[in-house]
Design a protein around this ligand. Structure first.
Ligand code: HEC
Ligand code: HEC
Length: 382
């Protein structure tokens, strides 16, 4: 009897029109094309040709280890995981990061970075390995140097053997090269951190297949939010493509009102960071690019630093945005609903709610505790 009730109920479920059908917002034509362009997900794995150990399991494993090792900092208690905490979606819940000293910016969740070509809020790095070296040298983060990184290997023979296995040279012979290679191993690890599939991805794929029944289960409010997102609210001008980021820099409302009680009054954003990128020997124009001047190097050479870049920041990806508060480059915004208002568009309370309902469907199942790599490891190193 109970089984019959269940069967009848399932039949009813299958036949009854879903509640959402009453407020169907069919995506057609250009609008549909824009929605479909927000996928598919996940993207095909990408190898970074400027990093010769990109995609190599032993390097990924070495990077995974170094990411967690507090001996990487001369003080011995700060590691990458101090700020990029794996069980907090690789960020730290602070408004602004704190290492040996305060930093003026929010710690970004390290996710889907193989989809970007500039790194950091203002693009101070043109490769992921350069961005992985930056915190080692920054006096407010590790306060380290090529010499301090090399000392770590001098004191740990097992780790040194692992390094030698990955790079084919001893870590002790040329400290400057060791620092760069450590950055490349860290980057090989960080580029494996991809977010998972979300309710939005299921919906988008159902639309792509023309599967009406599957797409009908997507919440109505989220559908209205999505329509705003790709339409009148203009969000996809910048938050576009499967990673919801064009990878470029735009003026942020948050940058103009820098007074807001912050102690850090002058953050030049893209202006400062493009300048420091061009001046650095670690950029892709330098000799550590394994692709000799190619890849993003041309873009770095062409960069024209002018006043218009002040206050610009890289478009944030919106995947898993529900679990990475606080928001914006300086963490000034606590709630997602307020972060949505960072552009000066005119949005009603209802529209804000709908946009938040949509953004909520960009959260994957493992958002808060992110597994560090999809494929099974075969190498144990160190
Ligand atoms: C004290 C906190 C702190 C520590 C420690 C730290 N980071 Fe970060 N990380 C940040 C902050 C803040 C930023 C943003 C920097 C900026 O925009 O100028 C950042 C940015 C990054 C980025 C660029 C992300 C993006 O979205 O483009 C990468 C990659 C990165 N960190 C990797 C690392 C690695 C690898 C380590 C360890 C060697 C590390 N971080 C240690 C706080 C930290
Ligand atoms: C002109 C380009 C542009 C448009 C249009 C735009 N954004 Fe953004 N968005 C950005 C940039 C740049 C940032 C990072 C700004 C900062 O940190 O100061 C950002 C940040 C965000 C954040 C915070 C993410 C985080 O991790 O801190 C959210 C949420 C967001 N945008 C949602 C939206 C929504 C929803 C819309 C449409 C109503 C929209 N954006 C329109 C460029 C844009």
């Amino acid at each position: 009897m109970a089984r019959l009730v269940v069967v009848l109920f399932s039949v009813w479920l299958a036949v009854a029109p879903p509640a959402s059908a009453q407020v169907a917002l069919p995506f057609v034509g250009d609008e549909l094309r824009r929605v479909l362009a927000l996928g598919p997900w996940p993207p095909a794995p990408r190898i970074d040709p400027g990093n010769r150990v990109s995609g190599q399991l032993a390097a990924i494993e070495l990077g995974r280890h170094l990411f967690r090792d507090p001996r990487m900092s001369p003080v011995g208690y700060i590691a990458c995981v101090t700020c990029h905490q794996p069980d907090r979606s690789f960020t730290d819940t602070l408004a602004r990061a704190h290492g040996l000293a305060d930093l003026p910016r929010n710690t970004p969740a390290l996710a889907n970075l193989n989809q970007q070509r500039w790194f950091g809020w203002g693009g101070s790095s043109d490769s992921l390995w350069m961005a992985s070296i930056r915190p080692i040298l920054d006096a407010r983060e590790f306060g380290g140097s090529a010499a301090s990184v090399t000392r770590l290997f001098a004191r740990d023979a097992e780790l040194a053997a692992c390094y030698a296995q990955v790079f084919g040279v001893s870590p002790l012979s040329r400290p400057e090269l060791t620092l760069v290679n450590v950055g490349k191993a860290l980057a090989a690890y960080v580029e494996t951190l991809t977010t998972g599939r979300t309710p939005f991805d299921e919906y988008r794929d159902a639309l792509a297949r023309g599967d009406g029944a599957a797409s009908a289960t997507y919440p109505v409010a989220a559908r209205r939010g999505l329509q705003l997102f790709v339409g009148r609210a203009g969000c996809i001008e910048c938050h576009r493509g499967p990673n919801f980021s064009d990878g470029e820099f735009h003026a942020s409302v948050a940058s103009s009102a820098n007074a807001g009680g912050l102690r850090f009054a002058s953050d030049g954003g893209r202006f400062d960071d493009a300048r420091s990128l061009q001046a650095s020997p670690l950029n892709l124009l330098g000799r550590h690019n394994d692709q000799a001047g190619r890849g993003n190097a041309a873009a770095t050479r062409r960069l024209l630093v002018h006043d218009g870049l002040r206050g610009q920041y890289r478009t944030a990806s919106l995947r898993n945005v529900t679990v990475t508060a606080p928001y914006l480059h300086d963490g000034r915004v606590e709630h997602l609903r307020d972060a949505v208002r960072h552009t000066d568009g005119d949005l009603s309370a209802q529209e804000l709610d709908d946009l938040v309902a949509f953004l909520t469907t960009l959260t994957d199942r493992d958002a808060e505790r992110r597994p560090w790599i999809a494929s099974a490891m075969t190498t144990r190193c160190p």
